[in-house]
Design a protein around this ligand. Structure first.
Ligand code: OOG
Ligand code: MG
Length: 259
């Protein structure tokens, strides 16, 4: 049952779970044959609820673009979710985690789109649409218990999107973005290390995948949009009172403190 009314009801359930800091049951427990297509309709209906509250879409996030994430979550299909302005945390700012369910943080590479981008493009063509590249972190907070879900469930839940922060932008011609060493530290202790090459071999491949998903969704990436290419390592739990720093070779660092 994935008529418009069910899609809207699922979107509402997930949205209310996020807003009340409570997990909700898997959609596939109700609808075992929930298609990916229906799941993306639920995702868009959830975003429409945010837009109705005054938020704006400012880009997209890619999911399961690294083996580390595929292995951690047991899913190996590349997906996307949408980012809104309310999810962005200024570099160095404090994030209040008290209203979150069970947040995790992961190190990412972000792209700033300079030219409209959509459709089946080569990674080289995707790079030509890029105005900037930066180190980033993403805070994910699944609305399902224990971060356990199937592919359609996590797609419907906007790919667990919750919050993100971006370091200083760099010109893409100066930094290629492939094979940059990455480190995530919590309170000065290294909790994850990896390389941007963990993201589909090169994060620009993730950007090309985003262009393909943008075409499927009928919403091309626009100049000024941000694309999070996906985590380079597994995610780690994010607790209150933590200071997290993500560093990428050549791109500098981005930081967040939690309370
Ligand atoms: C889904 C989101 C995956 C990534 O970077 O691979 C993701 C999840 O892990 O809950 O954001
Ligand atoms: Mg991520």
């Amino acid at each position: 049952m994935t008529d418009d009314a069910s899609v809207a009801a699922f979107a509402r359930t997930l949205d209310e779970a996020a807003r009340s800091s409570a997990t909700t049951g898997l959609l596939t427990a109700d609808v075992p044959d929930l298609t990916l297509d229906a799941a993306y309709r639920v995702q868009r209906a959830g975003i429409a609820r945010r837009l109705a509250r005054g938020e704006t879409v400012i880009g997209a996030k890619m999911g399961f673009t690294s083996r580390a994430k595929m292995a951690q979550m047991g899913i190996d299909d590349v997906i996307w979710g949408l980012l809104t302005d309310a999810m962005q945390v200024e570099d160095g700012a404090t994030l209040d985690t008290s209203a979150l369910i069970h947040p995790r943080i992961e190190p990412e590479i972000a792209f700033l789109i300079g030219e409209p981008l959509s459709g089946r493009v080569s990674p080289a063509a995707a790079v030509r649409a890029v105005a900037g590249i930066a180190v980033a972190y993403e805070v994910i907070d699944s609305r399902y218990a224990d971060f356990r879900f199937t592919l359609p469930d996590v797609v419907a839940d906007n790919a667990s999107a919750c919050a993100f922060g971006i370091g200083p932008w760099h010109a893409p011609d100066r930094v290629a973005g492939e094979n940059l060493g990455m480190v995530m530290e919590v309170d000065g202790r290294t909790v994850a290390t990896g390389s941007s090459a963990a993201i589909l071999g090169n994060p620009v491949r993730s950007l090309a995948a985003a262009a393909r998903l943008a075409e499927g969704a009928g919403s091309p990436l626009r100049p000024g949009d941000i694309v999070l290419a996906g985590a380079a390592t597994a995610a780690v739990p994010l607790t209150p009172g933590a200071h997290v720093r993500v560093v990428a070779a050549e791109l500098g660092r981005v930081e967040v403190t939690t309370r």
